[in-house]
Design a protein around this ligand. Sequence first.
Ligand code: NOJ
Length: 518
Amino acid sequence: MQTSRPSRELSPAAPWWRGAVVYQVYPRSFADANGDGVGDLAGLRARLDHLARLGVGALWLSPIYRSPMADAGYDISDYCDVDPVFGSLADIDGLLAEAHARGLRVLLDFVPNHTSDQHPWFIESRASRDNPKRDWYIWRDEPNDWRAALNAGSAWTWDEHTQQYYLHLFLPQQPDLNWRNPEVVEAMHSVLRFWLDRGVDGFRIDVAHCTGKDPSFANHPRCLAGEPLADFNDQPYSHEVLRGLRRLVDSYPGERVLVGEVNIRSTASVVQYYGAGDELHMSFNFPPLDAPWDPVVLRTCIREVEEQLMPAQAWPTWVLSNHDNERHRTRYGGSLPRARAAAVMLLTLRGTPFLYQGEELGLEDAVITPETRVDPGGRDGCRAPLPWEPEFPHGWRGKPTWLPFPPGAAGLCAAAQWADDQSTLHLYRRLLALRRGSDALRWGDWAELDSSPTVLAYRRTHGADECVVLVNFADHEQAVAVPGRWHVALASDGVGEAAGYTGRVAAEQALVLEPVKE
Ligand code: NOJ
């Protein structure tokens, strides 16, 4: 076995977010305290111990602001208040205090590209052509061929009252802000200050690549072919917007962080959004989120990150599931062994991993019927409520939950898994603990090792600290020679853990090896 592609080591003195694991909370589906069938902040507060025990370092909350909920909270009508369905400002203050007391940082979701059509700014903007806020949004006499996401058709909607079209890269209820207007920039900076002053540790920035629009409004062949503009919009002005946000965030003490959703499925494009260290601290890189359980595809994703992000000193992120995409267990054909092996990979690559709530339970997507469908974008399956208790309704109470539970909820619920030390939940807990205790895993160099085409093998090293990760994608056991003496620090199926490495990796098993101390 040979080592290839050695690269620069990072210092453990790096900021907190390089060493952390971030857990995405989708508040509507995490836990419900008031019995209305929709998760809320009080429900989340009551379950913080689950997260502290799991061992994550930070939470990212999908939007909790006031919203008519046309896009589950990504259509905001007041950026500086909490929607009553989630609670109140006092609840978020309490959550921040309780999370911080447990050593958990909290990131909020910042949605700069669009507001709700019910936001007072848009209500004013559409009131008349000479309204002072008219130019806060993007109005045109003629539409072009740009297409909206979420199956919404044209990105332009006609306003009968003022006889013009307004732009929306998502639903018609989500008009796009005009970031070239300095008043918009100032108003949105004030939003960030409002939350930074309350103590949030940073933001996930929704569609960070969308705020800048082509000023010529040229038609685009990909839109003509039916693709939404938000899938590939990549304009220089978005970088200027991000530099402004970064300057603001950097003016606060305490290493506040900006992680951007750059929803362009190209690692080469994503790297541009780190700027010269003056834009995003981190950007999501989504190719692994689309990848099937396939060693060729995943190996390519990992090599691209190492080859394109690392030389640019752009710290990577790793994500396999989120609230917009099929869960990875579902994507891998429903296989729990594969999902567990993937968790080992996710938490041992170089970069900051993002977990999506429920993946620590090994959940699959819920089955959605026409009767239970809520989302116009067809993303309900991965948004199903978390099961906490074995008995239906699984720790929820009162009204029926807003979406059905995922399959196998009784067996996969958190209580059942905390009681079983072989569970997926305990696997995640052990992985997180291993990572916390290992400089190699948190900061270390990454180098691929030669192996069979169906085994992904890599070494992580930091000074004298090292470990080797082996992921067997095949449905049969394979021999993998690793020179030296190793013991199994962790096995995705628990088999062989804490014993010497035998030189064999079981079917769809992933192992973390540490050197035997002489
Ligand atoms: C990306 C978010 O993740 C998604 O849920 C939302 O629909 C769009 N941006 C629009 O805000």
